[in-house]
Structures are given as structure tokens and as C-alpha cells.
Ligand binder design. Sequence first.
Ligand code: 5RP
Length: 221
Amino acid sequence: MNAKQLVGEKATEYIQDGMIVGLGTGSTAYWAIQKIGQLVKEGLKIKGVPTSKATEQLANELNIPLLDVSEVRSIDVTIDGADEFDPNKQLIKGGGGALLREKIVARISKVFICIADANKSSEFLGSYPLPVEVTPFAYQITAYQLEQLGCKPTLRMKDDKPYITDNQNYIIDCKFERIDNPSELTVLLNQIPGVVENGLFANIATKIICNTEDGGIEVIE
Ligand code: 5RP
């Protein structure tokens, strides 16, 4: 079993009958969703809330009953991946472009379980360029203002065109040297008018489940 499958399946042990479950996005969340699909087939009664169109499609293929996020005010547990995490469980997310929906779902989740490869662990955030979702309108001004915060901004591209999110926005990947205070930076980023949301998940994760070198699992509480 690969590391992503290992941690993804482990996270599903926190799901119980009757729960509303936030379904993350990405290649690690994929394995958790596959396992949830299997458990639902075996009789588990849950309702899922997808964090992207891709996850919605996958969950539908697996016959996982879904709720639209507009129908819920609180989620029992969300399982989602990350691009980087630090020892304080602060995260960078959005490598897969789903950060806005992921953060909306995460913010109303009582428990947020992050599942990640151990090689995404860093002493300080910043090795991974921070994804920031921005409006297409005047994105050049937004990129300039992001640069003023001390990063190198790059507009994310796909097939020679700007990458478009599920919410019809752009993503600017911001390479900071080192992010010392994710909460403070979140406020600064979101004060820029063209910024819709940023990929810093500060003080959101309840636990991180990652693999260990010897093929085991570590749960960081
Ligand atoms: C998508 C995300 C993903 O959770 C993150 O990119 C990790 O993805 P993967 O599990 O494929 O490495 O934030 O927006």
C-alpha cells in the first residue's frame, strides 16, 4: 500500500454513522474517498460535502450521498490533504487549486484531519509556493500588491492560459522565503482587494496523519 493510501484510509477510522463528512481534494484525499465509498457500500450512513467539482464527481461515481455546502452549517469531520505542514499543524493548501472551497468547508468543520506524506513536513512554512486565489479582474495589480508582502508571485498557468478555479478565479503562487506567522500573513493577504482567499490554513487542523520512514503511521495531535 502506498503512503497516500495508508494515511487516507487511516483517517476514515474517525468517521461514524450519521456524520456529515467534508471530502477533500487531491491525490491523498482520493484514497480516503475511495475507502469511504467502500464503507458506504458496506452500510455506513454518512453524508459527504465535496470541496471541488472533481471530488463531487468522484463521490458520485462511488455512490456516496452528498450534501451541497449551502445546505450545511456545521460538518462533523473533514479529511483533506496538504502541500506543506509545520510542527504546529499549520498548513499550506491549494496546490490542486481547490483552496477556497476547501477553506470554507474546513472552517465549519468540528474536526479537520490533514492527511499528508511525511516529506511535506517543514520546520517553517514557505518551501512550497503559497497558492492565492484572486479575481481575474486586475490580477496584475493584485500580483504587484502580493509582491509588496515579500514574495515572488507567479500566475498559475494551464495549457498556456491562466488556470481557472472551480469559482472562475485565477491562482497566483507566491514564493515566500519563510512564513514565520501564518495567522498574521493570512490577514495581510486577505486585506488585498483582489484576493479571494489564500492557501494558509492557520489553526485549522485538529490532527495530521502522516506516514513514517519504516512504513508506519504518525498522528500529530
Ligand atoms: C488541493 C489541495 C490538496 O489537498 C493539496 O494540494 C495536496 O494534494 P495531494 O494530496 O495531491 O498532494 O490543497 O487544493
